[in-house]
Design a protein around this ligand. Sequence first.
Ligand code: SF4
Ligand code: SF4
Length: 283
Amino acid sequence: MMDFDASIVRIYPHWLTPFSCLDIMTRTLIFCLLAGITCKRMDQLPVPFRTNLISRQADLAALRAYPAENLAEIIVEVGFHCDCCSRCCTRDFNGHVLLLDTDVRRIQSFAPESLEPVPVLDFCDQHGMYYASGYTLRSQGDSKGSCYFLSERRCRIYENRPSICRLYPYMLHREPDDQGTVDWRQISGLNQHGGYNVEISEDEAHSLALEIKAFEEDVLSREISYLACTGRYFLDNGLRNVRKRFDDGLRSAREGVAIEVMVFSDGGYDRWLIRAGISIQIH
Ligand code: SF4
Ligand code: SF4
C-alpha cells in the first residue's frame, strides 16, 4: 500500500463551511474562486481535468438555456405514471444511485452504513491513489443489485429518499444517440416501464420542470467542483493521471489487493480502502 499524507484529506471543506447555507451554484462559484480556478489557472490544469471541465461547463450553459416550458410540454405530452414496480431501485435496471452532497449528508445522519464510493473511479495518480466523484447507495448484493433501502418493492426511507429518486424517471441530459448525434433526453427508459398518457396539469408539469432543471444544475455544478478541485490538487502536488497505473491497480484489486480511493464529498475528500469489492472508510 502506498505511503500517503493524511493531511491532504478533506483539504477544502473548512473553506466552504461558512458558505454551507448558500445554494450549490453560489458555493461552486465561491469555491472555484477560492481554489484559484480562474481562466488562466484552468489552462494549466492537467488535460483530463481541463477537457472534462470545458465539456461540463458547455453542458451547464446549454442546460441553463433550455426553456423549462419545453420540458413541461414533454411531461404533459408523455403523461408518465409510475406503477411502483420498483425496477428503478435495482442496479440491473438503472446502475448506481447518483447522490448530491445534500443527499449524502442527510443519509449519513441516519444510515451511514448504506453509503459507499461510486463504482466508477475516474483518475489514478502515479502513486496509485484513485479518485472518485462521490457516493452512492450500497446494493443488497442480490442478483438484481437491489438498493440497500428496497424492501418488498417499497423504499424504506421514502420520506428521506435521494433527490434523484424523487424525480425519476425525469431528467434533462444531453446524450449522443446510436448515430452519435447529441440531443436532449427528458425521460429515462421511455416506454420500458410504468404507464403513459395520464393527465398531468400544466402547473404541475411546470413546477416539475423547474425542479428537474434545478437538480440537473446541481449535478453539473457538483461535477465541475469535483473536476476543478481534483485538477487543482493534481497541479499543486505534481500528480499525473496515469492510465497504466489505473488499469494495473484495478486488475490487482480484482485479485484481492486493496486500493485507496479519495472520494469527493462536500468540497473535500474522504479516504476509503476497497478490497475485493468491500469498501471501508479510513478517514
Ligand atoms: S433510496 Fe428508495 S427510492 Fe431510491 S433507489 Fe433506494 S429504494 Fe429506491
Ligand atoms: S419509476 Fe418506473 S421503474 Fe420505477 S417503480 Fe415506477 S414504473 Fe417502476
